[in-house]
Design a protein around this ligand. Structure first.
Ligand code: SF4
Length: 698
């Protein structure tokens, strides 16, 4: 009998609906769900190949202690004992969780609850720190809360779409398809792409601004200044709904010559961009890792938000700033407080009343009193011995963190490391004292939230293989063994979702609009049947009202948005003649470290090996020919070997390297070993696109 299940793609933040079909022989095929509002039946190459990635080869199937198969009880007892012992001897801040945007919301919620409410530390951070922490910080500065104002429909309603620091065609392919179809239907829709590289996304650009790496603050500051001088701002909106205009304007006093110098763009292109933005009412500015992964990422975000706030173009159909999240559930993690400086249900860790409220709701013995360690700081604390026990869930920091070799040595030196994963031999799992086998896509049940705040179900349609178990179950079992059983007495994920919903409504006087309280009594049947829906839902509004801030009411105490002064500056790491700026990112058909997409021959055929992309004139300067093996060497004299791909798509002075290959999949090196641990001072997000490298023919 053929069995069909509606679920959600586990890859990017678009959050496409998928219909998975299991046939009589157990083979799985997938197609896009025509009823899911995110994709309306579309899928990209990665999503459509999901059925090819589900074999058990390489899977973690049994708990392991020191490399030997163990009983679940023994493994869980050991984890609980070692975490409890560290807390008793050194205090709550001697332990840490490093989690992931791959986790389901229910997993995220339980991990956050255990660490913040029962251990009493905020040392839980996530690989989403590497992805969108600067957007979170920018939203909080401008809006008073981390709220994405718009929705995907705005892409079809806009007359101008600005794509900043985003290769949307490869990294959010279905959104790109939606934009491309809208443009085909309505050629008057203009697209501006801001990216140092020419990419597949620039194929639909009416204007490509090949900006100098990291000059986005200057570009948007210049735009802000132009909007003011051209009289294109909304004075009435600014007066009624914002504060900080004068200070923000004073900070962006740039001449055209300054702008040309800072951005590397010709004045004609700058003027054309400014004109388009000033003259078009319905503008959406989408931005992604080229904005966020920077030592000035939060300022970049606020520079963009300033332009939308000053024109009042926010939260109305077809207009607004739009952060595109990288991972499938980065947004779900934000909602339940998966970052070390947030509480659950978007309450603030720095707010004593919020802390007390969450503690009371959880009936917790304690509550974290101050923000915990952000990702880079967390691994520093592992390296210097402050962290005695570390639990890494569903992510591979030995590959993905900046200064990745140092992170590997830090984890190796940690007295006790637990790794929960679906894969047995990742670069990180090899270092685990205890490896806990997790259930993967198709085997686990829960919810995810996509970039437009839409909650969708991920539903199981396969049995859990061997002894693999869900992450929420593993965390709850450890909590029970640490003496917190009553608060972690979950047997089904719908109970966790209901509790999360109840917390969002708890003592919510309407100032916290993150209220999904209607779901607090959700039954197993209703949870199974849950249809994709957007939240937060503002008190007293209809479900069809899915945008925020169109009424000019924000979350700061005075209900006004903040225009934030941002000071344009040249990039911290400006390459000289001998150095190149290293830009890393995704290729079209692979996801993260390829543990799933690498199983599909079809996907692997697109890009078979890692490469370094460089401009022909740069290649000539350093004597490199196409397909040569190249030594790419970072500031700490670490190097990796990569095949040269010479292309005019690449801007002179910088090189591009894909991020997916690991020690497991390439003997030639991991690119993040070359990236220094430079972070944005506000968000703590690593500047993964600002390393300097030297390149030579091998
Ligand atoms: Fe999956 Fe993203 Fe592709 Fe949609 S666009 S199918 S969510 S990878």
């Amino acid at each position: 009998m053929v069995c069909e299940t509606r679920t959600t793609c586990p890859y990017c933040g678009v959050g496409c609906g998928v219909i998975a079909t299991v046939d009589d022989a157990g083979a799985v095929s997938v197609r896009g769900d025509p009823e899911h509002p995110a994709n309306l039946g579309r899928l990209c190459s990665k999503g459509s190949a999901l059925g090819e990635t589900l074999d058990l080869d390489g899977r973690a199937l049994f708990p392991m202690i020191d490399g030997r198969r163990a009983r679940w009880d023994d493994a869980l007892d050991l984890v609980a004992a070692r975490f409890s012992a560290a807390i008793d001897a050194y205090g709550p801040d001697s332990v840490a969780f490093y989690v992931s945007g791959q986790l389901l919301t229910e997993d995220y919620y339980v991990a956050n609850k255990l660490m913040k409410g029962f251990v009493g530390s905020a040392n839980i951070d996530t690989n989403s720190r590497l992805c969108m922490a600067s957007s979170v910080a920018g939203h909080r500065r401008a809006f008073g809360a981390d709220t994405v104002p718009g929705c995907y429909e705005d892409l079809e309603l806009a007359d101008l779409i600005v794509l900043a620091g985003s290769n949307t065609a490869w990294c959010h392919p279905v959104l790109y398809q939606r934009i491309a179809s809208a443009k085909a239907r309505r050629p008057g829709l203009k697209v501006v792409v801001i990216d140092p590289r020419r990419t597949s996304t620039t194929d639909i650009a009416d204007l490509h601004l090949a900006i100098r790496p990291d000059a986005d603050v200057a570009l948007f500051a210049g735009l802000f200044s132009h909007l003011v001088r051209a009289g294109a701002i909304d004075q009435s909106y600014i007066a009624r709904h914002t504060t900080g205009f004068a200070e923000a304007f004073a900070a962006v006093d740039l001449s055209m010559a300054d702008l040309i110098e800072a951005t590397g763009l010709p004045s004609m292109q700058l003027r054309e961009f400014f004109r388009l933005f000033a003259e078009t009412e319905k503008v959406v500015t989408c931005y992604s890792q080229g904005i966020n992964q920077s030592s000035c990422g939060t300022d970049k975000v606020n520079a963009i938000l300033n332009c939308h706030l000053a024109t009042g173009r926010i939260g109305r159909p077809g207009m607004g700033p739009f952060s595109l999240t990288g991972q499938p559930n980065a947004m779900g993690g934000r909602e339940v407080g998966g970052l070390s400086n947030m509480l659950a249900a978007h309450m603030a860790l720095e707010n004593a009343a919020d802390r007390e409220r969450v503690q009371r709701f959880w009936n917790a013995p304690s509550i974290a009193q101050r923000p915990g360690l952000k990702a880079v700081d967390m691994f520093d604390a592992v390296a210097d011995g402050r962290i005695k026990s570390l639990w890494i869930m569903s992510t591979n920091p030995v590959v993905s963190m900046p200064d990745a070799d140092r992170v590997r040595e830090a984890i190796r030196s940690c007295p006790f490391v637990v790794v929960s994963d679906i894969v047995a031999h990742t670069d990180t799992a090899r270092l685990a004292h205890v490896l806990l086998p997790a259930t993967g896509w198709g085997e686990k049940s829960g919810t995810v939230t996509n970039s437009e705040r839409r909650i969708s179900r991920q539903r199981a349609f396969l049995s859990a293989p061997e002894e693999a178990r869900p992450d929420w179950w593993q965390i709850s079992e450890v909590a029970r063994r640490m003496g917190f059983g009553e608060a972690f007495d979950y047997s089904e994920p719908h109970q966790i979702f209901a509790e999360h919903a109840a917390l969002s409504a708890f003592e919510n006087n309407g100032m916290r609009d993150f209220d999904i309280g209607a779901w607090e009594a959700v039954t197993s049947e209703a949870y199974d049947a849950l249809q994709p829906f957007q939240w937060p839902q503002r008190a007293g509004t209809a479900p069809s009202e899915t945008r925020f801030f169109g009424d000019g009411v924000f979350y700061h105490g005075d209900n006004r948005a903040r225009l934030v002064p941002v000071k344009p500056s040249m990039p911290a790491h400006h390459a000289n003649e001998q150095e190149f700026i290293l830009n890393s990112g995704r290729v079209r058909d692979h996801w993260h470290t390829m543990t799933r997409t690498g199983k599909s021959a079809r996907l692997s055929a697109h890009m078979g090996e890692p490469f370094v992309e460089l401009h022909p004139l740069d290649a000539e300067k350093v004597g490199i020919a196409d397909a040569d093996l190249v030594d790419v060497r970072g500031g700490s004299n670490k190097g990796v070997l990569l095949r040269a791909l010479i292309t005019e798509r690449q801007q002179r002075g910088s090189v591009f390297v894909p991020m997916h290959w690991t020690a497991e999949t390439s003997s030639l090196g991991r690119i993040d070993t070359l990236v220094p641990p430079l972070v944005d001072p506000i968000s703590g997000q690593p500047a993964l696109k600002q390393a300097r490298v030297a390149i030579t023919r091998y």
